[in-house]
Design a protein around this ligand. Structure first.
Ligand code: PRP
Ligand code: ZN
Ligand code: MG
Length: 210
């Protein structure tokens, strides 16, 4: 039996459940149950917050995980990227109030930036020689500039509508992201065989899409 960690709600959840369904792996949805066994394939699904998925796979609580590249890169956990899944695409971008005249990355020198992705942002700023004041906020990052908590934000952008409704302009794309299938480094042969079958089914679904 393979245990696969999946986001318990949100966009990634919808896309992941759709992929499993198309691969003919039947699992009932997360409604209140953390761990659900498939009725027709040797996997069980562990529903987690996406922040917790990289660590749960690296540490072996789950064998596999489906998680956004943004979370995987941010958490710096040691797991194998088995396959890029091509859904839940988004980007991680810097954004500032629309009214501000942006002069390039140096604009952020000495400025406060609110984000849930401090590691990725710190690295990017260092590479670009900009010293900014990075503030970690776990939710509703996009309201920070409007309430005077920060000069800018660094967050996920998908459709861009969150930026528009908060009067923000996207000024730099730092990273592109999509869903990844990740695996624990130390799976035994029995588990690897199930993973092979799962991958075979994913390939079939993906090639039917093309
Ligand atoms: C993300 C992000 C923005 C929104 C951007 O939140 O934090 O709030 O999506 O998407 P848009 O460009 O399509 O408006 P989401 O609720 O997906 O995840 P979170 O719980 O990690 O913030
Ligand atoms: Zn500060
Ligand atoms: Mg959000």
């Amino acid at each position: 039996m393979l245990r696969i960690a999946v986001q318990s709600k949100g966009r990634l959840y919808e896309d992941t459940m759709a992929l499993l369904a198309e691969a003919d792996i039947k699992v009932s949805s997360s409604k209140r149950t953390l761990l659900v066994q498939s009725s027709n394939f040797p996997v069980e699904v562990l529903y987690l917050r996406d922040d917790d998925i990289p660590q749960s796979v690296a540490g072996g609580v789950a064998d596999l995980g489906i998680v956004g590249e943004n979370e995987f890169v941010e958490r710096e956990e040691d797991a194998v990227v088995v396959r890029r899944l091509g859904f839940s695409k988004c980007r991680l971008s810097l954004a500032i109030p629309k009214a501000v005249d942006y002069s390039g990355l140096s604009w952020f020198e000495g400025k406060k930036i609110a984000t849930s992705y401090p590691n990725i942002l710190r690295k990017f700023m260092k590479e670009n020689g900009v010293e900014a004041d990075i503030h970690v906020i776990t939710g509703s990052v996009e309201i920070a500039p409007g309430i005077g908590l920060a000069d800018g934000i660094f967050d996920i952008v998908s459709s861009g509508s969150t930026l528009v409704s908060n009067n923000l302009q996207e000024v730099a794309v730092v990273m592109k992201s999509e869903a990844l299938l990740i695996a624990n480094r130390n799976m035994d042969d029995a588990k690897k065989a199930i993973l092979d079958e799962l991958l075979f089914r994913i390939e079939a679904v993906k090639s039917a899409e093309d």
